[in-house]
Design a protein around this ligand. Structure first.
Ligand code: ZN
Length: 84
């Protein structure tokens, strides 16, 4: 369940729908035999974070990424840290 902004550097409590953006993302865990059980999970970005970031699913896990990288997979490495 949504409780906080998904941005790792933010964590603002989720209070109102209109103060941010809710994402419904198919996430799941890959097991050893590559089977994947996808379930839809809700994630929230607060109003500040949604201006600069979005959430994508990478390898079954939600990842908060800067908006400019929205449509492409960034090279392996650390995701954007603190935009503040
Ligand atoms: Zn936030």
């Amino acid at each position: 369940m949504i409780s906080r902004c998904a941005h790792p550097g933010c964590g603002r409590p989720f209070k109102y729908l209109h103060e941010g953006q809710v994402f419904v993302l198919p996430v799941g865990q890959a097991s050893q035999n590559a089977q994947r059980n996808l379930i839809e999970e809700l994630y929230f970005l607060c109003a500040d974070c949604k201006r600069t970031h979005t959430i994508i699913v990478r390898e079954g896990q939600p990842v908060v990424v800067p908006l400019k990288n929205k449509n492409r997979i960034a090279p392996r490495g650390k995701e954007d840290g603190d935009a503040a």
